[in-house]
Write a new protein. Structure first.
Length: 458
């Protein structure tokens, strides 16, 4: 058997077993107790990479979690593809909402359920299997490949920027290929050309120096929960616009052409709302849902805690209360500027009678990638061959912080070739990967490798 494509078709059961082994490792990057699992996950990947014939496989330390690097450079004169992915995952909690255990990959119907199945172990594994199919059947790839798989994406890729700067020569490539986003819908492959940025903030409020009996003290002091609620309620106006002064100053206006293109996509607000169990959607007035998701910035409270939240009742005014807030950003906003504006505004509107601290936890810059390049041309052909359908162009609301750095530090563009689905419960209970997209993804990436040398020719 020497066609990589028949090899792929003959090996899907093994792929599923191997991916399940990778998904069994709870590589939760934000949890200090999971550091040994992070290490184990990096080792699993490195071993696997060696096993499929990749070369120069290395686990490279950073100030944080290690990077896994590997390459195959046996195609002189052909393009070099830098493949980026991440092996870290989000915390699985709340555990009781999972139908099957998060680190025990389980097939139900056509879907594989596990934390990281879609984001991003499953999608990263697609690339390894495409490489394996060529090396096994042909002893060679049609292009050169370099893998950069990091362990800190879900916590903001804090140390990766320095790593890329320090290893620019090692990472030199013609383009970056990333599968860490979604197709437009089931059966509708797409090329993504835009990601939002992020500024992730925490607000801490302190009122009285200790918790107080809500009867003995209630009415005499400002309750920090009330103060925080007031602050959060003042982040938006009645039209759903963010009220932070200056927040929209650098927002690039959507062109009429792009608005028209968005409107042509097969989208239904009613279906979207129904899928989410909602009667109505919410958002900034004057923009469609896709515009609000992909091309408008937001400020959202992700979590809020303080006071008594256990079962039963306890009458208490808390001393402290906190909230985490994510601002999604679009070109040409900057993460650090958004953080500054946020801090200034929150401090200005904080009611007197509480102490307020605002911290920036992490962030990433928004990005637009070119829609006409040899990489995109190859991706279009590859998706057509892999899924039997012409892909759509789309943007996404999520963030991959390193994409902007690849452009800045390595001077190369990224092709975002997502094989997830928008509703695969990434970051939530019952995350899954749609298996037809897993196998279709492997075929697509194999086609990409085959086609790229042709589209790259001048
Ligand atoms: N894979 C996502 C990014 C993503 C989500 C792209 C949806 C396209 C569509 C990534 O793993 C992620 O979750 N990124 C974080 C970045 C943050 C921690 C800096 C995000 O978007 O919250
Ligand atoms: Mn991801
Ligand atoms: Mn993620």
């Amino acid at each position: 058997m020497n066609s990589p494509f028949s090899f792929i078709d003959a090996n899907t059961d093994r792929y599923l077993k191997e991916l399940s082994d990778l998904l069994a490792i709870p590589s939760v990057s934000t949890d200090p107790e999971r550091v040994p699992d992070i290490k184990r996950c990096a080792e699993w990947l490195a071993d696997h990479m060696r096993g499929i014939g990749l070369q120069n496989v290395q686990i490279m330390p950073t100030q944080g979690h290690p990077v896994v690097y590997a390459d195959w450079l046996g195609a002189p004169g052909k393009p070099t593809v830098l493949i980026y992915g991440h092996y870290d995952v989000q915390p699985p909690e709340p555990l009781e909402l999972w139908t099957s255990p998060p680190f025990q990959a389980t097939v139900r119907g056509d879907d594989l359920f596990a934390r990281g199945a879609s984001d991003d172990k499953g999608q990263t594994f697609i690339h390894l299997k495409a490489v394996e199919a060529f090396i096994t059947t042909q002893g060679a790839l049609p292009v050169n490949v370099k893998f950069l798989i990091e362990g800190e994406e879900e916590i903001g890729s804090e140390h990766l920027e320095g790593f890329v700067r320090d290893h620019a020569a090692m990472l030199k490539a013609d383009l970056v290929l990333i599968s860490d986003s979604s197709m437009f819908a089931k059966g509708v492959p797409s090329i993504c050309y835009g990601l939002r940025g992020l500024a992730y903030m925490q607000i801490d409020l302190v009122g009285p120096n200790r918790d107080l009996h809500s009867g003995s003290y209630g009415g005499s002091v400002l309750n920090p929960i009330q103060a925080l609620s007031e602050i959060i309620s003042r982040l938006h106006d009645k039209n759903g616009r963010v009220t932070i002064p200056g927040f929209y100053d650098d927002v690039r206006k959507l062109s009429a052409k792009e608005r028209t293109a968005f409107k042509k996509l097969p989208w239904s607000d009613a279906k979207y709302a129904r899928d989410l169990g909602l009667r109505r959607l919410y958002g900034e007035k004057g923009f469609t849902t896709l515009e609000r998701l992909w091309a408008r910035p937001t400020a959202e409270c992700n979590g809020i805690w303080g006071g008594f939240t256990d079962e039963g009742a306890k009458t208490v005014l808390p001393s402290r209360v906190s909230a985490k807030i994510s601002m999604r950003l679009v070109p040409d906003q900057s993460s650090s500027k958004a953080a500054r504006l946020f801090e200034r505004y929150v401090k200005a509107i904080a009611p007197k009678g509480v102490q307020v601290t605002v911290r920036s936890l992490h962030g990433g810059e928004p990005v637009i990638t070119p829609i006409e390049s040899s990489g995109v041309r190859a991706a279009i052909v590859a998706l057509e061959r892999g899924f039997g359908k012409k892909p759509l162009y789309q943007r996404e609301g999520g963030s991959i912080p390193i994409v902007v750095q690849f452009k800045k530090l390595l001077k190369i563009d990224t092709v975002l070739l997502g094989f997830g689905l928008p509703d695969e419960n990434a970051h939530a209970p019952d995350e899954f990967l749609h298996l037809p997209n897993f196998y279709g993804g492997i075929r697509t990436v194999a086609h990409f490798f085959e086609v790229l040398p042709e589209t790259a020719r001048p």
